[in-house]
Design a protein around this ligand. Structure first.
Ligand code: HEM
Length: 193
């Protein structure tokens, strides 16, 4: 009988180790809880598609550069419900990702903000969302790489709108033809300045 108990413990070794690892560390427990909460929000958002209310299409935003203050107006709570997010000094229209960035979305904290630090440090905390312009100069190489990876992902998935302006920087004039293109090539050149 005693042997059977020992065998059962052996076969469940992986799971009991995992469990004791989780229970043994409050930090792990907290991280697990955060992940489960985010998953719950994401899956909940996916299910919440009210077919009775057809979504009105909002017009594509004319290309323009934004100050941090101007960006704040686009947090999804405005009349249009438009949501803009800055990543690596580029502003993207993420309205079509409303289930993530809308007021009830798992990543709603990023709406109308510069999300770079949060994405680079894998943090949704308020400290990662500065109210002043953030030059990201204190992020390490790995964190900056992560920011750039997110920037690439956003470029593929969402419309690029313009640049995030430094305080005192003058916005660029965009021509109408540039509005038709999703990615502004000249921005790359400008970034090198
Ligand atoms: C550790 C727990 C986490 C879990 C389980 C989780 C889960 C997920 C999943 C499943 C998706 C894909 C949703 C889809 O495409 O349908 C997603 C997307 C995303 N996650 Fe997380 N996530 C976690 C943490 C984080 C953190 C800490 C951040 C930010 C710092 C973050 C930022 C994002 C962003 C920006 C997206 C992309 C949304 C888009 O496509 O626009 N996640 N996450």
């Amino acid at each position: 009988m005693a042997d059977e108990v020992v065998d059962e413990t052996k076969s469940g070794g992986f799971f009991s180790n995992l469990l004791s690892e989780l229970i043994g560390s409050p930090l792990n427990l907290l991280l697990l809880a955060i992940c489960l909460f985010l998953l719950y929000k994401i899956i909940g958002g996916r299910r919440d598609t009210t077919p009775s209310a057809p979504k009105p299409q909002i017009p594509r935003l004319k290309k323009k550069d934004f100050t941090l203050e101007q960006l704040k107006e686009y947090d999804g709570r405005g009349q249009e419900g438009r949501i803009l997010i800055a990543v690596n000094f580029k502003v993207f229209d993420v309205t079509r990702g409303k289930r993530f960035y809308g007021p009830d979305g798992a990543y709603g904290v990023f709406a109308g903000r510069d999300a770079s630090r949060g994405l680079g440090t894998f943090s949704l905390n308020e400290e990662a969302l500065k109210d002043e312009y953030d030059d990201l100069s204190d992020l390490n190489l790995e964190q900056m790489e992560r920011v750039k990876e997110w920037e690439m992902q956003f470029t593929e998935k969402y419309d690029y709108v313009g640049r995030l302006l430094k305080p005192g920087e003058t916005p660029r004039e965009y021509s109408d033809t540039e509005d038709e293109h999703s990615e502004d090539k000249s921005t790359e050149e400008k970034k090198k300045d």
